[in-house]
Design a protein around this ligand. Structure first.
Ligand SMILES: Cc1cc2nc3c(=O)[nH]c(=O)nc-3n(C[C@H](O)[C@H](O)[C@H](O)COP(=O)(O)O)c2cc1C
Length: 350
């Protein structure tokens, strides 16, 4: 199996399992209030990412590159991202280090995006000097460095050596561009956030369980792994709770199972800087094409504005004080993990 075949298989299986999701964000509810004091036109949902202004607090997250099909997808995603003025992250560029001719499948997105926010992606198994080389060749605004230990271990041909990660991690903060440490759908813990801060990491994409599931995908590809591993990892909601004590030290990007503007707003209310969407927009693009995907992204932007109004919040900061009701499971998680004292249901009474 070549790396190129694997890339296309990931698209195939992600699409095949698209409808099998567990929306962990259902465990977070807003409390409706009937007396708003603001106007829709006074709501500001713009976001700043890496010194560039984005129209809305969500971006298209890392998916693909390296094959003819991936090139076509990247070009279409970039076409959408540019017109909607949102950031685009591309799939892992590790393939470029081995197969030079695959570079164009990534650069095509840069050409399409022009001045738009462009985020590269590669694994922590790579030496920081190599990560820098790839980032320079792609001319990115920031680089996601993925930590995908569960995926690798569930993948028959996956990596089995992780002892170099600690050293690589300790060197990433010296790179001359922003580095985002990113999961791939297994979520993060307070312990991981602490270690990232100790290594001077500022940006994290906690990519939790709940959407595209690489345990399920790799189990399906290998055809012989045990099914019970398909629920490995923290959901996006659990990961966001884990992140609460670290919101002053880390800029948190939330992703994993984001299916709607309401999901975006829930993540923002729990302190995210922005929210990543992968599988949903890939599925939409493959089903409906780039024009309708752009319409959908613009619809999300408008609906987020309406939801902020409904919550009586003019901006992201105010949203972080809005009241939230957590499911028994999430409240139990928060208490059992001794994360903090926050009473999410009465935040604006502070
Ligand atoms: C087809 C596909 C390929 C992916 N490839 C990568 C990758 O190369 N690097 C990475 O960090 N994440 C990769 N991801 C993971 C996503 O960026 C995201 O973390 C995960 O899919 C959860 O988000 P979702 O539920 O919105 O899909 C991929 C996702 C999909 C659907």
């Amino acid at each position: 199996m070549t790396q190129q075949q694997r890339k296309d298989e990931h698209i195939y299986w992600a699409e095949k399992f698209y409808h099998e999701k567990e929306n962990s964000l259902e465990g977070i509810r807003f409390i409706h209030q009937g007396l708003p004091k603001i106007d829709v036109e006074g709501v500001d949902i713009q976001t700043h990412l890496f010194d560039k202004v984005q129209a809305a607090p969500f971006y298209i997250n890392a998916m693909t590159g390296g094959t003819t099909k991936a090139k076509d997808i990247n070009q279409q995603l970039a076409w959408v991202a540019k017109r909607a003025n949102i950031a685009l992250a591309l799939g892992s560029a590790s393939i470029v280090t081995r197969e030079e001719e695959t570079l164009s499948s990534f650069l095509i997105a840069k050409e399409e995006l022009q001045e738009g926010t462009f985020i590269g992606n590669i694994g922590l198994e790579y030496e920081p000097s190599m990560i820098e080389d790839v980032a320079n060749r792609l001319e990115v605004d920031a680089m996601q460095v993925h930590i995908n230990v569960a995926q690798e271990l569930f993948m028959p041909e996956g990596n089995r050596t992780f002892s170099s990660w600690k050293k690589h991690l300790s060197m990433l903060s010296t790179l001359p561009f922003p580095v985002i440490i990113k999961e791939v759908g297994f979520g993060m813990s307070g312990e991981t956030f602490t270690e990232l801060i100790e290594n001077n990491i500022q940006y994290v994409d906690l990519s939790g369980r709940g959407g595209t599931n690489f345990a399920q995908i790799e189990i399906a590809r290998s055809n012989h792994r045990t099914e019970n591993l398909a629920t490995w990892g923290q959901t996006t909601a659990e990961s966001l709770l884990e992140a609460q004590p670290f919101l002053n030290d880390l800029q948190i990007f939330a992703s994993g199972g984001i299916q709607s503007p309401l999901d975006v707003v829930k993540c923002m209310a729990l302190g995210a800087q922005s929210v990543g969407v992968a599988g949903y927009f890939l599925h939409f693009l493959l089903e409906h094409g780039k024009e309708k995907t752009l319409d959908e992204v613009l619809r999300w932007q408008e609906e987020i504005r309406l939801l902020y109004t409904l919550l009586n919040c003019k901006n992201h900061k105010e949203l972080q004080y809005t009241n939230l009701f957590l499911s028994d499971h999430l409240q139990h998680w928060y208490n059992t993990r001794q994360i903090g004292q926050e009473n999410f249901a009465c935040r604006n009474k502070k």
